[in-house]
Ligand binder design. Structure first.
Ligand code: N01
Length: 541
């Protein structure tokens, strides 16, 4: 066993959260190390290298705002950046701020334990390392544990299999191949049009059709770039106050106030604008089923107009959830891809996947010969990565025990019984419902400010109280159930993982509102957190 290494803060993960944490903590004169399972920085953008992968938040907004020179100097090439460009950006940030020297790559954390006598965390890695810190921050991302359903016969398949979330670094050439894609979520909807251009034949295995809005991606021209950079401070500030953390036009009117023709004109404008701002066409789309249905039906009409074969179009029309209650997808030519001769949509509702065979895939209705299978089957979202580690708080209680009935947190930042352990964009915070970089910056700043506050006060421990956690969970549930979101079988609800407790995990109160609550909590001396000091010897460590 290697000797333990000691820091003020142990960070798990070197994605966008881990990188900014390192930078901020260094600025505060605190020692920190980031433990990263991959051999490079970037988190989500390191792993998700599937064809067509790009962000569905505009590049000018999906980027750090903490450094004026960085945001002025970095130049995005497209309205929606590709995965390679975002990864280049993450690497640029790591180099620019000289962060790599505090990152241990190829280092996967297996567990973390709180020592209540010394107010310190001991973090262990699969590689045999031990790291201790006054604080431990889980910057582990929300979509970092891939999910591959247990298809019988998977290991018998003689071709190649891939998961979108663990894509080979060298890329994959599907030329001349019969390819199957399982799943039709955001990842699949981006990958399918690109794979279809390469493969000899593509079979898309769909269980649930999803709503997708065109990206209308384009290169960023000088004028557009200037329209952001000349007013960056103001526009970033605006984004921080928005419900989603994205600065886009919001219509405060109800969808039901207008005549159909006028309402459709508004939807058409949004469709032309593209991307997730479609859901801001009216104010009541996520709270009123009738209003929501007008938007859903507009998109279904679009699908019917884009897809030539009426039977295929009908299969692609979502029919079992309100629009937006599963993460809305953003695509480039997704629906049109089904007009290609080399693409077949297979409806798994007529009979699901029974087995993977040595030569392909068998459903209850037919057998498909395949050279490669791409599983775009998603993630054990928000809690999967945290619960994969053996995390033990006060009295040795595990996080798995604390979250047996679903994740509970105070503000998505801390869990009662786990002092000095923070989660970035954890369950109970806006997280996956928001522009992740905006939420990451807010969390990192709040967390590091809290650490600095403790230090100034000569304190060594911060912990969410049971009461504050209970109140927050109740509030978060109430807000969620005022919306249509819990009506969908989504990964937000944990439905995609067998046995996972079904609770709505992110906080839907909005990024702006949430930020204000966090600021008030801090201004009131960290209301709802118990702050204390250890012995003077421990405090000096
Ligand atoms: O995963 P998903 P994802 N048999 O869980 C299907 C973010 N993201 O990787 O709906 C057959 O959404 C499953 O079917 P069903 C974004 O937040 C962002 O696509 O369960 N099918 C579904 O179709 C997103 O929401 C970006 O019936 C099975 C699919 O697999 C999140 O990541 C890009 C099955 C899984 O879809 C996750 O997206 C990509 C089975 N046994 C991702 N099991 C952008 O920023 C599962 N499925 C653009």
């Amino acid at each position: 066993m290697q000797d333990a290494e000691h820091f003020d803060v142990v960070i798990v993960g070197a994605g966008f959260a881990g990188l900014y944490l390192l930078h901020r903590l260094r600025g505060q004169g605190m020692s920190a190390v980031a433990l990263e399972a991959a051999d490079g920085v970037g988190g989500t953008w390191y792993w998700n290298r599937y064809p067509g992968a790009r962000c569905d938040v505009e590049s000018m907004q999906y980027s750090y705002s903490f450094d004026e020179e960085l945001q002025q100097e970095w130049r995005w090439s497209e309205r929606f950046a590709t995965q390679p460009e975002i990864l280049r950006y993450a690497n640029h940030v790591a180099d620019r701020f000289d962060l790599r020297r505090d990152i241990r790559f190829n280092t996967r954390v297996s567990g973390a334990e709180f020592d209540a006598g010394r107010d310190r965390w001991t973090v262990r890695t699969e590689q045999g390392g031990t790291f201790t810190g006054r604080f431990c921050v889980m910057a582990t991302g929300c979509l970092s544990s891939t999910r591959l359903p247990e298809f019988p016969g998977l290991e018998s398949f003689r071709g190649k299999t891939y998961h979108t979330g663990q894509w080979p670094h060298g890329g994959v050439d599907f030329t001349g191949q019969r390819v199957g894609v399982v799943g039709t979520g955001s990842s699949a909807i981006q990958a399918i049009p690109v794979i279809a251009e390469q493969a000899e034949h593509l079979f898309v295995f769909q269980r649930t059709p999803n709503f997708s809005i065109p990206a209308h991606n384009r290169p960023i021209d000088e004028a557009y770039e200037r329209s952001w950079k000349d007013r960056y401070a103001e526009r970033r500030q605006q984004a921080r106050q928005m419900r989603t953390g994205i600065d886009y036009p919001i219509n405060q009117a109800s969808a039901l106030e207008l005549e159909k023709a006028e309402r459709d004109r508004v939807y058409e404008e949004r469709w032309q604008l593209g991307s997730t701002s479609f859901m801001a066409a009216f104010s009541d789309l996520i709270t009123d089923r009738a209003a929501n249905e007008t938007a859903a039906e507009f998109v279904r009409r679009k699908i019917r107009s884009l897809v030539h074969d009426p039977a295929v179009a009908e299969l692609l029309c979502p029919d079992n959830h309100p629009i937006g209650t599963k993460r809305i997808c953003v695509d480039t030519g997704y629906y049109q891809t089904f007009n290609r001769d080399n693409v077949t949509l297979v409806n798994l509702r007529e009979g699901g996947i029974e087995a993977i065979t040595p030569t392909g895939l068998r459903t209850a209705k037919a057998e498909y010969e395949l050279d490669s299978i791409v599983f775009a089957t998603g993630f054990d979202a928000m809690t999967g990565t945290l619960l994969a580690m053996d995390i033990r708080g006060s009295g040795g209680r595990t996080l798995a025990e604390a979250w047996e009935a679903g994740p509970v947190t105070y503000l998505g930042l801390m869990v009662a019984g786990f002092p000095n352990l923070f989660t970035v964009t954890g369950p109970g915070s806006p997280s996956v419902l928001s522009n992740m970089i905006v939420s990451i910056e807010q969390h990192v700043e709040w967390i590091t400010d809290a650490m600095a506050y403790l230090r100034r006060q000569g304190l060594t421990r911060i912990e969410a109280t049971e009461q504050a956690q209970e109140d927050w969970v109740r509030h978060a549930n109430e807000v969620a159930h005022r919306t249509l979101y819990p009506q969908a079988n989504s990964w937000y609800m944990g439905v995609n993982i067998p046995g996972k407790p079904q609770v709505f995990m992110p906080y839907i109160g909005g990024v702006g509102t949430y930020r204000q609550i966090c600021e008030e909590v801090a201004a009131e001396g960290y209301r709802g957190f118990a702050l204390s000091g250890a012995s003077s010897a421990a405090a000096a460590e």
